[in-house]
Each structure stands twice: as C-alpha cells, then as structure tokens.
Design a protein around this ligand. Structure first.
Ligand code: PLP
Length: 377
C-alpha cells in the first residue's frame, strides 16, 4: 500500500475491509462504547468510548492521511470545527497572521474568536510574499493561508510562506479545500498543517458535512493540542458521515480530474466573452499566478471559476436567474455544478457585486458551457 498511487488508495479506501465477514466494503461501526474482559482489560486496546475514537472514522482518516502524505489525520464534524481546533492551539495574547480575502466563514469566525481570546489577528494579502514577510517581521503563533482562495482564486507560494512563517516562530496551516490532495499536497511543500472542508471536494456528493486536519510531523506541539482537544472536547465526526465520506472518496481522483477538465474548458470558452468583464481561473494563462499554479498544482486547477459579469449587480443577478443546469446554491466540489452570487452572501467584504462563483461539476462540459452562454445572452 505504501507505493499505491492516489487512484488506487482512494478506490480501495486505503485497504479498509470488513475484517469479521471478509466483506470488501467495511461496515459502519456505530458503537458508542467498547467492552472489557473479566480482568477489566480493554478487548481492543485504544477502543474505550465512542467520543474518543471510532473505527469508521479511523478508516476515513487513513484514506485522507495516505492521499495527503501526512503523518496523521483527524476528522471533525465540519470544516469550521477543524479550523476552530487549529485556532484554539493559539494561546491567549498570541498572534495569528491570516491571508485576507479567504473563505468568509473562516474570516468571520476568526475575527470574533481572536477578539474574545485577546489574540492579535492580522489579515494580510499573503499572495504577495513581501506583504507576508512584512507581517511576519514580528513573531506569530499561527499563519493561516487558503490556496487557492475562495472565491478570489489567489495562490500563495507555499514553500516560501513556510520559510517566512517558520522564521517568525509560527506554525503554517493551509486550507487546501479548493485543491483537494489530488491536485496539491501542501505538507510535501513543508506546511505543518493542512485543512480540508471534507463537505466539499473530498466527499464530493453534497451529502456530508465534515472537516479534516492533517499534520506533517506528529511531534508538533500544536498537533498534540489538536488531538487532545478533539479527544476531550468531543468534536468527533459521526460514523455514518465518516462512512459516506469514505465512499465518496473512492472516486475522488476521477471526479477531481473531470471537474478540473470541465472548469478549464469552461474558463477558456468564457475568457473572451463580450458579456464578461473577467474570468478568474488559475488554469488560464492570463491568471496572474498561472506559473505558480503550474508548479504547485498537479493534474489540474480545481473546480472553482469566478466570472465577473459586465453591468454590475443586476446584470449578474439576471445571469444567475437564467441558469438551468447550474444549481443556485452555496458550497463547492460536488458532482453537480453550483453557482453563487457571492455579494448577496457577503455584501460588506469588498467582494465585487458582479462576481459569480461557479463550482464546476462532472457533467458534460458542453452542457455547462451552453448553460452559461444562454444565460449571458
Ligand atoms: C466550506 C469551506 C470551509 C468550511 O467548511 P464546512 O465544512 O462548511 O464547515 C472552509 N474553507 C473553505 C475554503 C471552504 O470552502
């Protein structure tokens, strides 16, 4: 299994099987407690109580760990719960440097959390490394970046960011939700932690809410804190969600390949469209960080495409209302294509009024392109 490529690891759920019955697909372990023998020794060492550990959760974690090339992985009941677990490692009075213009849920929560804890939070345009190093001329505990960012689709040079963060004494964490481990493995670039909203591409079927954290080195003090926090504070994923996630991940490389291909074809088809002001996609040669995307991402550029409609808010709203294949809904990374008019969701964050974020699914690319084209007419 050590040498298995991602497609093999994913399809075979990193070797998980039903040991009792020989079933090829493991069952769902629903127990909330584990037995002890007459000598009061645990029947299975490590299995005490369902809040601490669960066999199905462990199996799903093993798949992510293998795909990520991580030393260890922990699953949480949502992506935000995983992010919160990482931020809770920062001591009161500490300092976080966070990339600006990232997932709004992270920004809103981090601002409130850091204010409550007396943690200094500095938001910086980390895609510009000179600004990141400027912010890290003073010590920090945690540097949080999101690559590619949602929905601005900016990239951060992860290797450089690691060097800068480590020199400032900080742990570098990457939210790599939009890339998935199929396209980008930040731990191999030196990042300490990688986070995924498994609700998105990892599960890919819009039927699970989950989040994961993976670590490069289990000895990292922040990782010890994250593990005991999940263990003791009880933020474990439910077994059914873990099982669905594992099932979803069996096709992860296939889905990511197709949705990235579709997204690139769509971005190319729309790039010079008269009704659009701009198309943002890291796979386009016109993307300001295309060269970095080519180096940092393998096998595609992901499912997220942002388009800016000429004519402002109303024009964008009209396009959204006319779409027939794309569902009007939040989220990303599913098999079905979604569109979101982000300004409606976050009107106060500087998001352009005419920006539509597309999450491109695995449908026929021609159908998707035709849908957008008819809506733009
Ligand atoms: C959705 C998302 C999250 C939060 O994940 P949930 O599973 O919804 O809690 C974090 N980061 C990014 C980039 C996301 O897209």
């Amino acid at each position: 299994m050590k040498d298995w490529k991602p497609a093999t690891l994913a399809a075979q759920a990193a070797g998980a099987q039903e040991r009792e019955t020989g079933g090829i697909v493991p069952g769902i372990s629903v127990t909330s407690t584990y037995g002890r023998g007459p000598d009061y020794a645990l029947l299975r060492p490590g299995n005490i109580y369902g809040r601490d550990e669960n066999e199905t959760v462990r199996q799903a974690e093993a798949v992510i760990r293998a795909l990520e090339g991580a030393a260890a992985t922990r699953l949480f009941p949502s992506g935000m719960a995983a992010i919160a677990a990482a931020f809770r490692t920062v001591p009161g009075g500490g300092r976080v440097v966070m990339q600006s213009g990232i997932y709004w849920g992270t920004v809103k929560w981090a601002r409130e959390f850091c204010a409550r804890r007396g943690i200094t939070l500095d938001e910086v345009e980390a895609s510009d490394l000179s600004l990141l190093s400027g912010a890290l001329s003073q010590k920090a505990d945690l540097v949080w970046i999101e690559v590619p960012s949602n929905p601005w689709l900016k990239l951060v040079n992860i290797e450089e960011a690691v060097t800068i963060a480590h020199a400032a004494g900080a742990v570098l964490a990457v939210d790599a939700t939009a890339a998935t481990p199929v396209l980008m493995r930040p731990l191999e670039m030196g990042a300490d932690l990688v986070m995924h909203s498994a609700t998105k591409g990892l599960n890919g079927h819009s039927d699970v809410v989950a989040g994961g954290l993976s670590v490069k080195d289990e000895g990292l003090p922040a990782w010890q804190a994250i593990c005991s926090d999940r263990h003791d504070a009880g933020a474990i994923l439910g077994p059914f969600e873990a099982w669905l996630l594992m099932r979803g991940m069996r096709t992860l490389p296939l889905r990511v390949e197709r949705s990235s291909e579709n997204a690139l074809r769509l971005a190319q088809a729309l790039e010079n469209h008269d009704a659009l002001e701009a198309v943002w996609y890291p796979g386009l040669a016109t993307h300001p960080q295309h060269a970095l995307a080519q180096r940092q991402m393998q096998g595609g550029y992901g499912c997220l495409v942002s388009i800016l409609v000429k004519g402002g808010f109303e024009a964008a709203a009209r396009v959204v209302s006319r779409l027939q294949v794309f569902h009007r809904a939040t989220s990303l990374g599913g098999v079905e294509s979604l569109v979101e008019h982000r300004h409606v969701i976050e009107p106060h964050t500087g998001i352009p009024e005419n920006l539509l974020r597309l999450s491109v699914g695995i449908e026929d690319a021609g159908d998707l392109i035709a849908d957008i084209e008819q809506a733009l007419r």
